[in-house]
Design a protein around this ligand. Sequence first.
Ligand SMILES: *Cc1c(COP(=O)(O)O)cnc(C)c1O
Length: 329
Amino acid sequence: MLQYPRKNDLAQIPTPLLPLDRASERWGCGHRLWVKRDDLTGSALSGNKVRKLEYITAHAQDHGFDTLITCGGIQSNHCRATAFAGAQLGLSVHLILRGLEEGPRDGNLLLDHLAGATVNCYSTREYVEGLDGLFEQWQAHYAALGRKALAIPTGGSDGIGLWGYIAACEELKADFGHANIERAHIVTATGSGGTQAGLTLGAALHQLPADVWGVNVCDDEQYFIDKVAADIAHWHSLYPEAPAVDYATRVLDGYVGPGYGKAGAEVFDLIAQLAALEGIVLDPVYTGKAFRGMLDEIAAGRFTGCQDIVFMHTGGIFGVFPQAEGFRW
Ligand SMILES: *Cc1c(COP(=O)(O)O)cnc(C)c1O
C-alpha cells in the first residue's frame, strides 16, 4: 500500500477524460484520441500545478511555513497557481520572475497581482546567474521578520510535488476502466519535468497500462531523462518506505521550436484549429507544442500497435492572451 502524505483539497478532481472524435478522424490515423482535462482543475487555479500544490502547501503548513517563495518565467502558470493557492489557504506568496515587465500587465502576471502575491521581476541574466541567491536572500528577509518561507522549486517539481501526478495515475486507471481503454500512450508537455516524473512513477506504482511520453518545451531529451531521475530520487529520499519500481522515461524531442515560450506559426494554427474543431483551447508555451508533437509522431507511426492515445491537457489558457498577436486570421 502506498502511503500518501496529507494534502489540501484545492483541485477540482477527478477531471474528465473525454474522447476527441473529430480530432481522431482528422489526425488520428486510426487511433482513438482522448483528452484528460487537467485544464479544468480550477478557474484561476487551472492546470497541472494545482495537483502538485495540494501536497506542497500541506507540507508547508505542517512544517510551520507561513510564506511560499517560488520562481518562473514572467508568464509562469506555476507562479500564478501558487499565488492563488496561497490566497485560498491564507499563506503569503512571493514570486521571483524571470523577465522585466513591459507593456500593460496581462495573463498570468496580471493574475499574480490580483491574488496579492509579492512580485519581483529580474532580467534573464540576473535570474539565471543568481536564482539560488535570490531564494536565499528572500528567505533571509522573511526570517528577519520572524516569518518562515518555504522555497518551492521551478514548476513545483520535486519529490513532494510528484505526489500530485502519482495520484492522478489512480484517477486515470479508473478513467481507463470507464472508457474501455485497455492500453494507452499518454502524452504530456514537459517543462520542469515534475508532471512527466509523477506520471511515469505513478504509472509504474499503480500498474497503469500506459506508456508516458513527455514532449519537451525547452532543453532536450537527455535533460529530461536526468530531471525525471532526479525528481524520483528526491521522492525516494523523502519517502524511503515507498516501494522501488522500474520505469522508463520517454521523451519526444524536436518540438521546442524557436525556444521556450516562443512558438512557430504551425503551433498557433493548430491552437486555432483545435479550438474550432473540439472547443478545447491549447496554449503556445506548453500544450500547443505538445499536441503538435503528438500529431507529428502519430503521423510518423510512433504509436502503431496501440489504439488509444491520451493527451494530458495541462492548462495554460492565460498564456494565450499575452501572445494574441501570434494568431493569423
Ligand atoms: C508547467 C506546465 C507544464 C509542464 O509541467 P512540468 O511539470 O513543469 O513539466 C505543462 N503545461 C502547462 C500549461 C504548464 O503550466
